[in-house]
Design a binder for this molecule. Structure first.
Ligand code: S6P
Ligand code: ZN
Length: 186
């Protein structure tokens, strides 16, 4: 019997994936219009600055029922005005799909919001594991001066619903106020 060599490699220390069918998604300041409280500060920023980068393995086409995607996200350190760099945040387009995150490097907060806008935060630190139930939006925030790196695994038909987040916000914002990380209402 032929033993097949692995086609994919995952670096446990850094979360970096290598091999075939690995995609990348990047978000720069110019891609974040409408997500930060201080839109004027965002407009004044160098538009090409990287806010976060996602690397993911898609063994099946996006939208395939029953498959799984596996990836990592690096949220770079920085602030727009007094608000820390963060991901856009999303519900899954197919709302009844859950997801796992695990923190690899750095530290931050994972904000979660249910459909009634009830919002809560979990601390992300190396080794923390986070389960996001169905119908719960998720956004990750880097509250330190080093990159925040976390892994993720989600259903290949989950999709991303960003429009609702732009419309109704995320319940809480994470800002640096008088030198301290502070959660404020939207
Ligand atoms: C996908 C998963 C992550 C995020 C990534 C960027 O379901 O939750 O890969 O896509 O962290 O966040 P966002 O909110 O810009 O998609
Ligand atoms: Zn997700």
């Amino acid at each position: 019997m032929k033993i097949i060599k692995p086609k994919l490699h995952y670096d446990n220390m850094t979360g970096v994936l290598s091999g075939e069918a690995i995609g990348e998604k990047i978000a720069r300041i110019k891609d974040m219009a409408g997500f930060y409280a201080d839109e004027n500060s965002r407009k004044r920023f160098d538009q090409d600055v990287l806010v976060y980068r996602v690397q993911y393995y898609s063994p099946v086409p996006e939208g395939t029922e029953g498959g799984l995607f596996f990836g990592n996200t690096t949220v770079f350190p920085g602030k727009v005005g007094d608000e820390y760099f963060m991901t856009k945040g999303h519900y899954h387009a197919i709302g009844n799909r859950g997801e796992y995150y695990w923190c690899i490097e750095g530290s931050g907060l994972l904000l979660m919001m249910d459909q009634d806008n009830h919002t809560w935060a979990e601390e992300m630190l190396p080794g923390s594991l986070h389960y996001m139930p169905a119908y719960v939006a998720h956004r990750s925030i880097n509250v330190r001066k080093e990159p925040l790196v976390f892994g993720a695994c989600w259903p290949s038909d989950a999709g991303h619903e960003y429009g609702l987040i732009l419309e109704k916000g995320f319940g809480l914002r994470v800002k640096e106020i008088k030198g301290a990380m502070t959660l404020v209402k939207y």
